[in-house]
Design a protein around this ligand. Structure first.
Ligand SMILES: [Zn+2]
Length: 315
């Protein structure tokens, strides 16, 4: 068996690739633009050539390939992505002939990495919640991401939290994402002040005592506390792992959120909130785990250490 797998985390604007050994050493990472404007066939072609180039850099045919992709996905096919525009692409279309491959949903694959070697390593049931441009969650049950009957599981960003609230881009009313995504925080502040702002700037303004920023921030915390109370009561997680851009705010987000979640739950303890451990590498590392599963080494990740991320060879 070859000594490495090719791992790819495919996003709407760029894709991050890596070569990862069975012992978890990241030999190489690289990044390439996702040619979304050129159509789905161009994206598939770019993924295919990126995999070929990474494999060549590793010195031969990989033991397996793991791919984290957005949208609806099974282990064997990318079924649908509104973002990329593809439908029913078989996994085999992404890889050279006879190389074993496994696909995973982007957020769930990041959650798998947090489960095996990150912030969820010591527990078996948790929520991985990256809060960025949008909000999606990875429901981790018994150490594995759970996608539900058809792959729609984990869409916590579109849980209605404020009935009669603002309309979401998805068409529903009062979704969590409409109030608490990083882009929503910036957008809602800008709408009130007519001055453009990012979530990071709204966080800084909140700290400096800006009342409008504080109100927008408070709405985000309130929306998150409602959604997380629902999640906690339904699935009883050991921890909730916060990631993505908004979690960069640290205690400004997690302190009031933990406080409100605790007050909301009366008959049970609130799960602790914990920052994600793998950052932007979660998807690529999760894809590497999928690659080793495809190669017939499902336990490869058991010995991996977070030190791989500190390796000087990681770009
Ligand atoms: Zn929505």
């Amino acid at each position: 068996m070859s000594s490495f797998v090719v791992a790819l985390d495919v996003g709407g604007t760029s894709m991050k690739g890596g070569l990862v050994t069975r012992s978890g050493e990241v030999l190489r990472t690289d990044r390439r633009a996702t040619p979304r404007d050129e159509g789905p066939a161009a994206v598939v072609g770019t993924i295919r050539s990126f995999i070929d180039d990474l494999a060549a850099a590793g010195g031969g045919t990989p033991a397996g390939v793991g791919l984290a992709v957005p949208g609806l996905v099974t282990a064997d096919a990318a079924l649908y992505s509104a973002n990329i525009g593809w439908r029913d692409v078989p996994a085999a279309d992404f890889v050279p002939l006879d190389v074993p491959v496994m696909l995973g949903h982007d957020v769930r694959t990041g959650g798998l990495a947090e489960s095996v070697l990150g912030a969820g390593r010591e527990v078996s049931d948790f929520l991985f919640l990256p809060i960025g441009t949008g909000i999606a969650g990875a429901v981790i049950v018994d150490g594995e991401p759970y996608g539900g009957a058809a792959g729609w599981g984990g869409e916590i960003g579109h849980i209605p939290v404020f009935p009669g609230g603002e309309t979401c881009a998805c068409g529903q009313i009062g979704c969590l994402e409409t109030y608490a995504s990083a882009s929503a925080v910036g957008r809602r502040y800008s709408a009130r002040t007519a001055s453009p702002a990012t979530a990071e700037q709204v966080a800084a303004l909140t700290v400096s005592g800006d009342p409008v920023a504080a109100e927008v921030w408070d709405d985000a915390v309130e929306a998150l506390s409602l959604a997380l109370a629902t999640y906690t009561l339904l699935l009883d997680p050991s921890v909730i792992v916060l990631g993505g851009g908004l979690a960069e705010a640290g205690p400004l987000l997690s302190d009031p959120l933990a406080d409100r979640l605790r007050k909301r739950l009366t008959f049970r303890a609130a799960p602790p909130l914990r920052p994600a451990a793998l950052g932007v590498n979660a998807g690529m590392l999760g894809a590497a785990l999928l690659g080793w599963r495809a190669a017939g080494a499902p336990d490869a990740g058991a010995t991996w250490s977070l030190d791989v991320l500190k390796s000087p060879r990681v770009a």
